[in-house]
Design a protein around this ligand. Structure first.
Ligand code: NAD
Length: 331
């Protein structure tokens, strides 16, 4: 099969080549899929897309006209593909629903520890032969209350790790996980109680119309002064302007972000030659108690291997006339 791989990053190329084996001819493109770039897939049987590609109806129509029949998503999220159009055109699409909850959960805890123990500041100091400890006081995680918003695959692993640290666990989820209650003493509460009682709040719910700006001025007002807030889920869960206000007053004492509501076009790319135009991000970067990573929580060897393997399992199943295990259907 000829497969055009859009929005390829150097960190994933070798994994994809290994998973493809000799059965396929891959055409790696760095550009994202959109109406202008869809022509580049001419002659391909299938394409593969990442999180920022645009597989909306007009783009799919163009791809279909160029002979593309299958879209393999290298992501769990599928909000960027029009599945009704996929069906109407007689095309197929499949995603990678889970590749490593551990990768994201472990990065979440890395953000907590780095913020708590001020590792960036300490590292920079030591590199300048400044061995002073002033301003580096952290807190014991043991005995603190951690609130987990969303105890699905990733939230459950975070619960397990934080239980190991000796944290008391609170959670919000419409679908309680009885094993977490039994094994780790986790208690399901309302979002208001979680905000009031947690020293650390970590977000693992998906972004939907009902979770957009779940963390806003109203909920932040309920939180403890100096709370630690971590978001490795989706940027839109936090109303960033409200978080900035709360950082200014000290209400939020630590903010760890792997995702940001305006990350599209910035995260994943080297923009170091350009003047940053995003005022909110610039303000966030100015706080010493904010730690930002650019959507890298998933980025482990295990996760990349799984993404590549499952992407090609989907493609191989479709190529041999079977239904791909993770074929996406309209609801
Ligand atoms: P999942 O579907 O297994 O779990 C999500 C959980 O959130 C479910 O239990 C669901 O019931 C719960 N939920 C839904 N609405 C809620 C609400 N209003 N309040 C509280 N809980 C709610 O998903 P997952 O695999 O654990 O992934 C969680 C999120 O992590 C994904 O939606 C994705 O946005 C994000 N993610 C980020 C990265 C990264 O690299 N930063 C990588 C993968 C996933």
């Amino acid at each position: 099969m000829h497969i055009t791989v859009f929005d390829t990053h150097s960190f994933e190329r070798d994994y994809l080549l290994r998973a493809a084996g000799t059965a396929h001819k891959l055409n790696f493109l760095e550009v994202q899929l959109n109406l202008q770039t869809a022509d580049l897939a001419r002659g391909a049987d299938a394409i593969s897309i990442f999180v920022n590609d645009d597989a909306s109806a007009p783009v799919l129509e163009k791809l279909h006209g160029r002979g593309v029949k299958f879209v393999a998503l290298r992501s769990a999220g599928f909000n960027h593909i029009d599945l009704d159009k996929v069906k109407a055109l007689g095309m197929c699409a499949a995603n990678v629903p889970a590749y490593s909850p551990y990768a994201v959960a472990e990065h979440t805890v890395a953000l907590m520890l780095a913020l708590n123990r001020k590792l960036t500041r300490a590292h920079n100091r030591v590199r300048e032969a400044n061995f002073s400890l002033n301003g580096l006081v952290g807190f014991d995680m043991n005995g603190k209350t951690a609130g987990i918003v969303g105890t699905g695959k990733i939230g459950a692993v975070v619960a397990k790790i934080l239980h190991g640290f000796g944290c008391n666990l609170l959670a919000v989820d419409a679908y309680p996980n009885a094993a977490l209650e039994k094994d780790y003493g986790l208690r399901y509460v309302s979002i208001e109680t979680l905000c009031r009682e947690s020293d650390i709040i970590t977000l693992h719910a998906p972004l939907t119309p009902s979770t957009k700006y779940l963390i806003n001025a109203q909920n932040i007002a309920l939180m403890k002064h100096g709370v630690m807030l971590i978001n490795t889920s989706r940027g839109g869960l936090i109303k960033t302007v409200d978080a900035i206000d709360a950082l200014k007053t000290g209400k939020i004492g630590y903010l760890g972000l792997d995702v940001y509501e305006e990350e599209k076009g910035l995260f994943f790319y080297d923009r170091s030659d350009l003047i940053l135009q995003d005022e909110m991000l610039a303000r966030l970067m100015s706080f010493p108690n904010v730690l930002i990573t650019s959507h890298q929580a998933f980025l482990t060897d295990t996760a990349l291997q799984n993404i590549a393997d499952i992407t090609f399992q989907n493609i191989n199943a479709w190529a041999s006339g079977e239904k791909a295990e993770y074929e996406l259907t309209t609801t």
